[in-house]
Ligand binder design. Structure first.
Ligand SMILES: Cc1ncc(COP(=O)(O)O)c(C=O)c1O
Length: 455
């Protein structure tokens, strides 16, 4: 399989043809899941002693398997946090794989890491963090949040009085599920401010004052959200920053989804205060048009991350040799061997320029505003709240939770759209509502109208 023969040539051409067709298809079939046994019945044995051949495997993938997936860049896929990787970024993802670069250490990956760092400089510049701040690309927001929390916890534990203590962080119920999940991974407790709305500095102060003296001693970090997953709400970052400073707490901003909006002049003011953060998560695979997977974690003091994450081993000493001096991404996040996953973003930025990124992000915000206007004009519909960044929550008057569910399944089954319900906390109750999240600049007002008309 390492020979270069006619099979490899044919397979390469077939794959190139598939890729070109796929990335030029602006309305790919909206696939839907199938039961595993049904997929197995359709494709049969694919992993055999002799192999089934590249042509057959690709054919099965094209004819059956990819049809059981939802293309995240479909213009009417407005569920969860969709994505819409630029064609340049997708193509360069192939180049990244073909180039076989080990992205952990400068010694092996210098040229690739250089490109990642050029893209990272732009990301850091969007945040307004001070000189010296820097970051690294991760597998996604979860890994970025985990890397930041480990750094914060290790920094806190360096103080002798905190050694051996179980840490505590504060966030709000609007924070993404990965915060709680990652707190479990590092065994720290989470205190939740019970509001899904904008977390204000005052709410945070009250929450800290409500802690017992024992809890207060264990509190080491606050996680604010720069664009909640559910509703696109940006916490009061300057207010939260002030409290963190006064209370000597690590200030992390999870802007995994909303971080792309730092590029958009129309909403940049909502993020004021982010420049005070100790660490920030931004996912280029969400709103910065990178293919999966690409997250990023940025630190105000990267040295603190290095102290927490840098791995030691006799086999790794060589990387610290004079000739290998440079930025080592492995030192700043949880992963050692890593793909240079920032390369597709770098290439697309280099090809298109940052102004196009600004424009593409503004499209999502404009689409949310258009959707809100259409909802207000429809007597059957009601906005739950004004759009937050590119998220719109709305209700279909008279609908039960089952109505939303059945409508979602029907649209998906028909290959028309994927728009899923969510819950919005209303006082003490949770109301099931419908939700749009716009990322793809190819989504049109006609798409939105057609979806709303189907309710
Ligand atoms: C605010 C926020 N944080 C973190 C995550 C987790 O990111 P990932 O799925 O890339 O791990 C998400 C995912 O939607 C998110 O919206």
């Amino acid at each position: 399989m390492h020979n270069i023969d006619i099979d490899v040539v044919e397979m390469t051409l077939d794959i190139a043809k598939y890729v070109i067709n796929r990335i030029t298809n602006t309305s790919p079939e909206l696939g839907k899941p199938m039961r595993e046994e049904d997929l197995k019945a359709l494709v049969g044995e694919t992993v055999t002693e002799e192999g089934i051949g590249g042509e057959k495997a690709l054919q099965l993938f094209k004819d059956v398997l990819v049809k059981a997936t939802v293309p995240i860049d479909h213009p009417r896929h407005l569920a969860f946090v969709p994505a819409s990787p630029s064609r340049a970024a997708v193509m360069f993802d192939l180049v990244t794989s073909a180039s076989s670069i080990h992205g952990a250490y400068w010694m092996e990956g210098a040229g690739g890491i250089f490109c990642e760092n050029e893209a990272m400089k732009w990301l850091v510049s969007l945040t307004g963090l001070p000189e010296g701040s820097f970051g690294v690309f991760t597998s996604g927001g979860t890994a970025a949040n985990l890397s930041a929390m480990v750094t914060a916890r290790e920094h806190w534990r360096r103080q002798a009085t905190n050694q051996g203590k179980k840490g505590l962080i504060i966030t709000s119920i609007g924070a993404h599920s990965s915060i709680k999940a990652m707190a479990q991974v590092i065994d720290v407790d989470v205190h939740l401010v019970d509001s899904e709305d904008r977390l204000l500095g005052g709410d945070l102060s009250n929450a800290i004052n409500d802690l017992s003296p024992e809890q207060r001693q264990r509190l080491f970090a606050v996680v604010a959200t720069g664009g909640t997953t559910n509703a696109g709400i940006v916490d009061e970052l300057d207010g939260v920053a002030k409290v963190c400073k006064k209370e000597n707490l690590w200030f992390h901003v999870d802007a995994a989804y909303g971080g792309g909006a730092l590029a958009a002049d129309s909403v940049r003011h909502l993020f004021n205060g982010i420049e005070e953060a100790d660490s920030i998560t931004i996912d280029p695979h969400k709103w910065l048009f990178s293919p999966y997977d690409c997250g990023a974690v940025i630190y105000k003091e990267p040295e603190l991350a290095k102290k927490a994450h840098s791995q030691e081993g006799s086999y790794l000493d060589i990387f610290k040799d004079e000739g290998a001096r440079g930025f080592n991404p492995a030192d700043y996040q949880i992963q050692l061997t890593r793909r240079v996953r920032g390369l597709p973003l770098w290439f697309s930025l280099a090809m298109h320029g940052t102004a196009k990124y600004k424009w593409a992000v503004e499209c999502g915000i404009a689409l949310a505003k258009s959707a809100a206007r259409m909802i207000e004009e429809d007597p059957n519909l009601e906005l739950v709240r004004e759009p937050g960044l590119s998220c719109v929550l709305y209700r279909r008057k008279g609908w039960t939770p089952d109505d939303y569910k059945e409508w979602t399944f029907k649209n998906h089954k028909d290959g028309f759209a994927l728009v899923t319900p969510t819950k919005w906390k209303n006082g003490d109750t949770y109301e099931t509502v419908s939700r749009f999240c716009f990322i793809n600049p190819d989504t049109t007002e006609d798409d939105i109208k057609a979806i709303l008309d189907s309710m």
